[in-house]
Design a protein around this ligand. Structure first.
Ligand code: F6R
Length: 643
């Protein structure tokens, strides 16, 4: 990448195609540092982070230790932070996190590990924090500090408002940070209010800093940290100016950087049709005019003079992009039989098609593409809705308790007699009690999880029924990776890939709808997407696969930008209303996510807003005015085979 393209970036930022490549580089640098120091008979002092971002780095370091004999005997570590109030043994403490993922798998001496304590007496916190900073100094200072970034822009737990020279201290967690942690703690109420964190000043003293970020949810905050004016309201931006700081990000986290978002503003551009479309749609939005009303002056005054030279005049450009955009719209997502399909997003034949809709959890499909799924079915396609995970982690206890109480009560009402062993009602009573007795954020028993999986299954069935999709069309794969435990522990395994591969082989779909390609690779939908890519790779060479198109839909609460859309399926007011009614069925997802609750927006409202907004965007650039639109981007098979 030339310097010209990076002219707006104030922190050296390396963009990797996927996080795996970045992880290898970071782990490789750390391993090299440890070895180099060992040769000189010195320690390597590492600053470590928790959260989902560095998990694959620790996995790679453990691999290097086991397979390549890297010793950690000369390693001293200092972790960035710990939740205040959590004992070391708490399943969500960062102590636990670090031992489970790294320390217990390598030969690091226990006394060389430092993680701030979450249980220091309040009156001693100040002195304790001071001693933590002192211990870092005494160890010779941090050689290499790894960092993640929160959506608030925090590094460590230095939330907005943290001073540049702040030291290790007790801090209050930002509400957005607590929302993001709610899944790990099985509810926002269980997330601690405070934490002990190294200060920004402590972090800045490290000799080398590497911040990693994966997934599109980090794209905006990465942009602000890298391109914005350094300020205390975005603590990661305070890294600007450090002599040896680098950001390692994946391509999805880089999307908001000017060099990718508006490349024509930073240098010469390869004007392929996709780039032309992106530029013209951006221009239409920026000047607030429909495409066909854009003039030469609009192009010139907004940095698109080069485009005019390349593919102008404006009139031709406008017509070309207008037609391209127009051709993304179709009421026939499965292809229109016997129609000329040269300008349609889907081919006419074969008809009807076998369609496989993959949802990472049992609500994603309908919320994100319920209208399209209904259309496909209605227009004669053979639709299978497959849910990759059971989704039980997201079911609140009260919903499981309601179900169990009903079962328990049913017994006395109907006097169910089962002969031997536990009756249904007694069984329900036992699980009910186990939920009552469970400690905060303690993991559910297997039976509770089964019940919670059934809760989600039934929600998915109720939602599909409203859209006239029968239960025989629904497949619940319950991939094993998800059943392994808590969030953040997820990684695709062979058994997952085999299960999905078998389904793909059975259905031999002409169309697959999938999400998660832009998600954090450690999230549920990110892992599901990787499982999908691996399954496709194993099926490479199969004849049916050559005739299969893969359409990507955005995850819950997210919207495709206009220039990315290859197929736009308009929904009538009635279709949107049915979809919203279907969304009501996901009771487990309603106030589950505190972000939605605190914004006073329910999951169905978000869905409604997104679908309506996409239609408004189409209208804005001069297309017909629709009530709502569901949008898809085509993923070329080659991209999946290489992923
Ligand atoms: C944790 C830490 C935090 C995380 C940040 C991102 O030690 O320092 O700043 O790096 O919250 O979290 P993830 O990686 O879970 O997105």
């Amino acid at each position: 990448m030339s310097r010209e393209e990076e002219q707006f970036e104030k922190i050296s930022t390396r963009v990797f195609r996927g996080s795996e490549e970045a992880v290898k580089v970071v782990a490789g640098e750390i391993a090299a540092l440890i070895r180099e120091r060992a040769e000189d008979g010195r320690n390597a002092v590492l600053g470590l982070a928790t959260g989902s971002t560095p998990v694959p780095v620790y996995r790679e370091l453990v691999r290097i230790h086991k397979e390549e004999g890297l010793s950690f005997r000369n390693v001293v570590t200092f972790n960035l932070d710990e939740y205040y109030g959590l004992a070391d043994e708490h399943p969500e403490s960062y102590h636990q996190f670090m031992w489970e993922r790294l320390f217990q798998h390598v030969d690091i001496p226990r006394e060389q590990v430092h993680v701030p304590s979450g249980t220091v007496e309040r009156s001693e916190v100040y002195a304790y924090c001071d001693s933590y900073d002192q211990a870092i100094e005494d160890a010779g200072g941090l050689d290499y500090q790894i960092l993640g970034i929160g959506r608030t822009g925090h590094i460590g737990f230095n939330e907005p408002g943290s001073a540049r020279d702040s030291k290790t201290r007790l801090v209050t967690l930002d509400s957005l940070t607590r929302v993001d942690a709610a899944r790990d703690f099985l509810g926002e109420a269980n997330v601690p209010l405070y934490a002990i964190t190294m200060g920004v000043g402590t972090i800045l003293k490290a000799r080398r800093l590497v911040l990693m970020a994966w997934g599109q949810s980090k794209a905006e905050v990465v942009r602000d940290a890298v391109e914005g004016v350094p300020n205390e309201n975005l603590p990661a931006s305070l890294l600007q100016g450090h002599g040896d700081v680098r950001f390692f990000i994946d391509s999805t986290a880089s999307e908001e950087l000017i060099r990718f978002r508006l490349p024509w503003l930073v240098g010469s551009v390869d004007w392929d049709p996709k780039m032309v479309r992106k530029a013209v749609l951006w221009l239409s939005d920026t000047v607030g005019k429909p495409i066909l009303k854009l003039q030469e002056s609009d192009y010139n005054e907004n940095g698109l003079g080069e485009l005019l030279i390349h593919s102008g005049p404006a009139y031709d450009l406008n017509i070309a992009v207008f037609n391209q955009t127009q051709h993304t719209i179709t009421g026939w997502p499965g292809g229109k039989p016997d129609a000329d399909d040269s300008h349609r997003p889907e081919r006419a034949k074969p008809f009807p098609k076998r369609v496989l809709v993959l949802g990472s959890e049992p609500h994603e499909d309908i919320l994100c593409m319920g209208g399209t799924a209904h259309r496909l079915k209605d227009q004669g396609s053979d639709v299978t809705l497959a849910y990759l995970t059971s989704g039980n982690l997201a079911v609140p206890d009260n919903l499981a308790k309601q179900t169990l109480a009903l079962m328990a009560e049913l017994e006395t009402e109907v006097e169910l007699k089962r002969g031997e062993g536990l009756s249904l009602g007694q069984f329900a009573g036992v699980i009910l009690q186990s939920i009552e007795d469970k400690d905060e954020s303690e993991q559910d028993s297997e039976s509770t999880r089964k019940i919670k999986s059934l809760v989600r299954r039934n929600e998915a069935r109720d939602a599909a029924r409203i859209l006239k999709i029968d239960r025989e069309s629904q497949v619940f794969l319950e991939l094993p990776f998800y059943e392994n435990g808590r969030y953040r522990n997820f990684a695709p395994e062979d058994a997952d890939v085999e299960r999905l591969e078998a389904l793909l082989e059975k259905v031999k779909p002409h169309q697959v709808y999938v999400s998660g390609g832009l998600a954090d690779p450690g999230s549920v939908s990110g892992v599901c997407y990787r499982v999908f890519c691996q399954a496709i790779q194993r099926l490479k060479g199969q004849a049916w696969l050559k005739d299969c198109r893969v359409w990507s839909y955005r995850g819950v609460g997210q919207e495709w930008p206009l220039h990315e859309i290859d197929m736009a399926v308009p929904l009538s007011p009635g279709e949107l209303a049915s979809k919203i009614e279907a969304s009501f069925q996901y009771r487990s997802q309603r106030s589950q996510f505190p972000l939605r609750a605190s914004n006073h927006r329910e999951i169905w409202q978000e869905t409604d807003e997104i679908n309506r907004h996409t239609a408004v965007r189409y209208d804005g650039v001069g297309m017909a005015e629709y009530e709502a639109i569901e949008a898809f981007k085509e993923i070329p098979l080659e991209a999946l085979l290489e992923a």
